[in-house]
Design a protein around this ligand. Structure first.
Ligand SMILES: Cc1cc2nc3c(=O)[nH]c(=O)nc-3n(C[C@H](O)[C@H](O)[C@H](O)COP(=O)(O)OP(=O)(O)OC[C@H]3O[C@@H](n4cnc5c(N)ncnc54)[C@H](O)[C@@H]3O)c2cc1C
Length: 392
């Protein structure tokens, strides 16, 4: 039995987590063993296979209702699966759970036709999407958009440039957020609107490709007079000008999923550090017997357990109907900063062995660094917490 304090909050989900871990061990670890050592990213067709297989087993987008192709799991269960994927150390495990190419909460606001045509295939792992929100001058300040959507008699015309878009090279659809311009005489801008645009729509193209430090590429998306019909607006007529509200609505869950992944990665790094400290000898003794090494591992142990407790408590609150942005910000800030420190310390414990290409910590060191930037930077989480504390 697991006697860690966080195990209290895992009650009731152990069987599900065991089944997921068994899937990773039996199916994903053997597939991962065949990947070339020189490549950080698995090929797109293998990712698609993992996604579909996991969806068929009910893990992939587990919190979506069964009528949409999900398994109707509580959010706490989803968080525990993301934790288990991070903790497994298997490079294919993250693709078994819905992430930045999976069903988007934005589409939960879609019309019945959009849910049928776009959301259900995403939940079933049959298609992939990307989110085009960030622009060269609108990152953290995400809704200071210059990409415009201008109304025409038949629909809308989109123009602009999006940047740092994940998955654009293998997505079927892009969810594009644009500043809505209702045209002359229609009054001031109605805010931001989200559109669903097939990747092969004329006028939409991938521009620059950016190589990420962990091998994951990001892309520029150029929208050059992209004409879409009125039914491309997510939510239909009711969705015009309210993309900011749609996005804010889904931020908490997205941040808690990142926090859970980080808790898992931190736990994996700790395990690697511990194993090495127990067997490596220097100056006639196991390095784990030296207090400087113990300091690295004990600090990580305490921080990981605290971070995991916070994430799980916030997930339980979501299941009980409380989705406070401050809670998600606290968890995302704590878990992402903890994971970065945990991997750094585990690498330090390994010395040169952990620094060498091919060692899991060398990859994790590059991979984990994105976690304090995506889904709102650490500074942005602090702004949210400060606001909740009445400081701004
Ligand atoms: C791996 C990865 C994947 C991504 N995928 C996508 C994607 O699929 N789609 C998409 O649209 N975007 C994506 N992004 C972009 C991401 O959302 C932005 O990088 C993020 O929002 C931060 O914006 P920025 O990089 O422009 O930094 P900036 O907003 O320019 O921030 C620069 C620095 O200023 C700080 N800062 C900003 N505002 C404040 C403030 N008010 N107070 C204190 N400090 C502040 C920031 O914390 C940061 O340290 C991705 C980024 C990465 C790294």
């Amino acid at each position: 039995m697991n006697s860690a304090p966080s195990a209290v909050l895992e009650d009731g989900h152990r069987e599900l987590v065991d089944a997921f871990e068994s899937f990773i061990r039996r199916e994903l670890v053997p597939l991962a063993a065949e990947l070339p050592e020189t490549s950080d990213q698995p090929p797109a067709d293998l990712r698609a296979y993992v996604r579909k297989r996991s969806a068929a087993l009910g893990f992939y987008a587990g919190d979506y209702p069964e009528e949409l192709g999900g398994a109707g799991m509580p959010f706490t269960a989803v968080v525990l699966l993301h934790h288990a994927a991070g903790r497994s150390g298997c490079p294919l495990a993250p693709y078994a759970l819905a992430g930045s190419d999976g069903p988007s909460p934005l589409l939960r606001h879609g019309t019945p036709e959009q849910i049928e045509q776009y959301l259900i295939p995403l939940v079933r792992g049959e298609s992939a999407r990307c989110l085009a929100l960030t622009e060269p001058h609108a990152g953290s300040d995400a809704f200071r958009l210059t990409t415009t959507a201008v109304r025409t008699p038949d629909g809308w015309v989109l123009n602009g440039r999006k940047t740092f878009v994940s998955n654009a090279d293998r997505a079927d659809i892009a969810l594009v957020v644009a500043a809505t311009d209702l045209g002359a005489g229609a009054g001031p801008s109605a805010g931001a609107t989200a559109f669903v645009v097939p990747m092969d729509q004329p006028g939409l193209r991938i521009g620059q490709r950016y190589e990420g430090m962990s091998g994951e590429p990001l892309f520029e998306l150029v929208l050059d007079g992209v004409s879409v019909r009125t039914d491309a607006v997510i939510g239909g007529e009711d969705g015009i000008g309210v993309a900011t509200a749609f996005a804010i609505d889904s931020l908490s869950r997205g941040r808690l999923v990142v926090a859970a992944t980080c808790d898992g990665v931190a736990e994996y790094a700790l395990r690697l550090g511990l194993e090495y400290a127990r067997q490596r000898e220097a100056f006639g003794a196991r390095i784990g017997s030296y207090q400087h090494i113990q300091e690295h591992l004990v600090s990580t142990r305490a921080e990981v357990e605290a971070a995991k407790l916070l994430t799980l408590a916030c997930a339980r609150l979501v299941d009980e109907g409380t989705e406070a942005p401050e809670n998600a910000a606290l968890a995302k800030l704590t878990s992402s900063e903890t994971a970065v420190r945990a991997v750094d310390r585990a690498l330090q414990v390994h010395g040169a062995t952990g620094w060498v290409r091919g060692h899991p910590l060398e990859y994790l060191y590059r991979y984990v660094r994105m976690m304090t930037i995506i889904e709102g930077t650490s500074e942005v989480q602090k702004v949210i917490i400060a606001q909740a504390m009445g400081l701004s």
